[in-house]
Design a protein around this ligand. Structure first.
Ligand SMILES: Cc1cc2nc3c(=O)[nH]c(=O)nc-3n(C[C@H](O)[C@H](O)[C@H](O)COP(=O)(O)OP(=O)(O)OC[C@H]3O[C@@H](n4cnc5c(N)ncnc54)[C@H](O)[C@@H]3O)c2cc1C
Length: 314
């Protein structure tokens, strides 16, 4: 497998390196000891050095670009060019909204069907990914040609940073090839930990509709130092923003502690959190499916249980 050449595309968070990148590099390491990391966008030297210090990265290739042209339409061609120039066998990205937008475009340009949400790598051509809302795993073998894949970050522990950064090769600034422009990125002003990387997640469901807002969930998350999440029903009810949704059509998380409050545990929700280390369920219905996957079950009204828990936390 060591002869494979892997290109990992770094994901940015604003103009910082998204920690998800370190997980994608870890997936690449299961195929070859080192990979090339492509960073496209407006980043500082400091960010490039952080990228270059990721264990298993042999080179960082940087192509500067104004943020306004960093759209999937403009980036797909640039990434494809780098992939071809490297004569790479694999292109990996962390699974995210961004890569879900970008990778299919690269696949279409290359005439290759990308694999999405890979959770395990058996060899350079054989991959496992969930199907049926995470209820089954499918093993896929790519017969020939390049492999394009998004990898689920919860399935691959992030590589560490080393104190010997790899070389950074600065390429030309990218030109826009499409008319689409990024007009604005609204960064949430949330002071809480990021949902995808937090070790503790407190998730609220539709039961919160009774009180009219998500305050009990936010207060418990703050007391525990965790991130806030929501079910799709809670999002649809306007209780929480869409970027907090966990599940099949939301984010996939695997924190050390997942507190599921006032949510039933539908399979589409479980698809996004069932790999969490410890699951605590608070639900007034003893027959709610979430109790079946929980490590700790509390059959109680959330409006009584949460204030009590917080009092104990001080
Ligand atoms: C294609 C598709 C994709 C989907 N993707 C997602 C997804 O990504 N994420 C997702 O979450 N869902 C998703 N869904 C929706 C999913 O099927 C469920 O409808 C949803 O998860 C239910 O949300 P809920 O558990 O908050 O609400 P409910 O199912 O209404 O459950 C509310 C729970 O709260 C309990 N409760 C009520 N009052 C209290 C109280 N006072 N104290 C304690 N407990 C109380 C009830 O006993 C009940 O179990 C998807 C559905 C489809 C069809």
């Amino acid at each position: 497998m060591a002869d494979e050449t892997i290109l990992v595309v770094a994901e940015l968070q604003g103009n910082q390196l998204n920690p998800a990148t370190a997980h994608a590099v870890a997936a690449a390491q299961q195929i070859a000891p080192s990979c090339t990391l492509l960073v496209v966008g407006p980043v500082t030297d400091e960010v490039l050095q952080t990228a270059a210090s990721l264990d298993g990265v042999s080179h960082v290739h940087h192509q500067p670009a104004a943020l306004e042209i960093c759209t999937a339409e403009n980036l797909a061609l640039v990434i494809l060019e780098r992939f071809k120039a490297l004569q790479a066998s694999h292109l990996f990205m962390a699974e995210s909204t961004w890569s879900k937008d970008l990778l299919p475009r690269i696949g279409a340009l290359l005439g290759v069907q990308p694999l999405t949400g890979v959770v395990s790598i058996l060899d350079a051509q054989t991959f496992i990914r969930p199907t049926y809302a995470g209820n089954a795993l499918v093993t896929l073998r790519c017969q020939e040609g390049p492999v394009l894949a998004t990898v689920r970050i919860t399935a691959f522990a992030a590589v560490d940073h080393t104190d010997k950064p790899s070389p950074v090769i600065n390429g030309p600034a990218i030109e826009a090839t499409h008319a689409t422009r990024l007009v604005e990125i609204s960064q949430s002003t949330n002071e809480r930990p990021d949902l995808r990387s937090s070790a503790i997640v407190v998730c609220g469901g539709q039961a919160l509709e009774k009180g009219g807002d998500f305050t009990p969930i936010e207060q418990l998350a703050d007391a525990l130092g965790g991130a806030v999440a929501a079910t799709r029903s809670a999002v649809d009810a306007g209780l929480a923003s869409n970027d907090l949704q966990v599940g099949q059509t939301g984010k996939v998380v695997a924190p050390k502690l997942y507190v599921a409050v006032g949510l039933s545990g539908a399979i589409q929700h479980l698809a996004g959190m069932k790999d969490s280390g410890c699951i605590v369920a608070i639900n007034s219905d003893p027959g709610a499916p979430i109790h079946a996957v929980a490590d700790y079950r509390l059959v109680a009204d959330l409006y009584e249980a949460l204030p009590q828990w917080q009092r104990h936390l001080g």
